[in-house]
Design a protein around this ligand. Structure first.
Ligand code: HBI
Length: 368
């Protein structure tokens, strides 16, 4: 076993870890800290005040809270917007900490979908890698990502090839996928009557289409996730006053998987190119097949006719038709696919190989 790595992970600056505002980043950081910590790596996580990683108990993992104004979210900005950076922001404060402490770490890994960390990459003595957690959203970010990919080959990690293809042509990315702690998800062979929808309640997640499909089919829909955009949530409830929906809040993994496992299928309705769709593998782990728009990460996860159905994007009638064919899907095959492709072990191997490639490449280039 090579000597343990000292890793500095910089979280999303849009919200404290554990608040739900960080979306998929929270699950990815939890997974990595848990798995790499167990393997003896030493991890320090820089994150906004109030952050916690409740599912990570490894003594190898330290959370270093950083004060400062939260960063405006990228997914609510216009494509050609200016780079936003609050002067008293938590993002510059995190990177000032990283600059001062960098010699204690072998590798710095950024999880923020923001311009500053990419711009600062060449300013650091220690290697900085970036795990990009969304598809293309703004011109400024596309350019920042491409610049690092060109100047520092191998330093950009992404969830899926589909996500990588949304960036500027020639932006080389390492496809690292995602994972969940399968031991926390119980397989449920016999579901009830309800469908499930999970995610941040925000326009790009397209919840209204799932509600429309529930109203048309009469299938009850259980909704789980953080209400990130209350006005949007109010508006879709008024739009579908009689839909058979039940909002269960933002649940922790144990509660979430207990509700999810009872569902006939998970419905995913992304308006944008979902970088991965962690909720899809959470469903598969419970034996719950996935019905999703043919857009983004879910197209690389779902096996049509076996573990789910892919539907014409933005087609509610397509969702309705897929819901009528749920019984053709195999709940055991869903669990098996999660075990084969999305375990923590598989994710830990992929990230360690990425880190070693960066450090190995760097070892060759450091002047002797
Ligand atoms: N917006 N500016 C910004 N920075 C982030 O790191 C960020 C974001 N929006 C959403 C988000 N991260 C995460 O929820 C997704 O990357 C999963």
């Amino acid at each position: 076993m090579a000597s343990p790595l000292n890793l500095l992970l910089l979280s999303t600056p849009v919200g404290p870890l554990g608040s739900g505002l960080g979306g998929g980043v929270e699950l990815t950081l939890t997974n990595l800290c848990q798995e790499l910590g167990q393997r003896g790596q030493r991890l320090t996580v820089l994150a906004p005040m109030g952050s916690e990683l409740p599912d990570v108990t490894s003594p190898q993992v330290t959370i270093q809270p950083v004060a400062g104004t939260l960063q405006p979210t990228a997914h609510t900005q216009e494509r050609d917007c200016e780079v936003l950076l609050p002067g008293d922001g938590v993002l510059p404060a995190m990177w000032d900490y990283a600059r001062r402490q960098q010699q204690q770490y072998d590798l710095i890994v950024n999880f923020a979908y923001d311009w500053l960390p990419f711009y600062l990459t060449p300013f650091f003595d220690q290697p900085v890698a970036h795990f990009v957690t969304m598809g293309s959203l703004t011109t400024a970010m596309d350019r920042a990502i491409a610049t690092v990919a060109n100047q520092f080959p191998g330093r950009i990690g992404v969830y899926t090839q589909t996500q990588a293809e949304t960036f500027l042509p020639g932006t080389a990315c390492e496809v690292l996928g995602s994972a969940i702690d399968l031991s926390r998800y119980r397989f449920c062979p016999e579901p009830g009557a309800a469908l499930a929808w999970m995610g941040r309640i925000s326009p790009e997640k397209g919840l209204e289409d799932a509600i429309a499909a529930a109203e048309t089919t009469g299938c009850p829909l259980k909704i789980m996730g953080k209400i990130e955009n209350p006005a949007y949530w109010q508006q879709i409830q008024q739009q579908y006053p009689n839909a058979p929906i039940e909002y269960l809040g933002f649940l922790g993994t144990d509660q979430l998987q207990a509700v999810l496992g009872q569902c006939r299928a998970l419905v995913m309705t992304p308006r944008w190119v979902e970088a991965f769709g962690n909720v899809a593998i959470e469903a598969l782990a419970c034996g719950v097949p996935v019905i999703a728009y043919r857009r983004g990460g879910p197209t690389e996860i779902i096996r049509p006719g076996e573990t789910g159905w892919l539907v014409e994007p933005d087609s509610v009638s397509g969702l309705v038709e897929a819901i009528s064919k749920i019984d053709q899907l195999d709940r055991w095959a869903c669990r098996r696919q999660a075990e084969q492709d999305y375990s923590l072990t598989a994710l830990g191997d992929r990230f360690e190989q990425w880190f070693q490639a960066i450090l190995g490449r760097r070892a060759k280039t450091v002047p002797c």
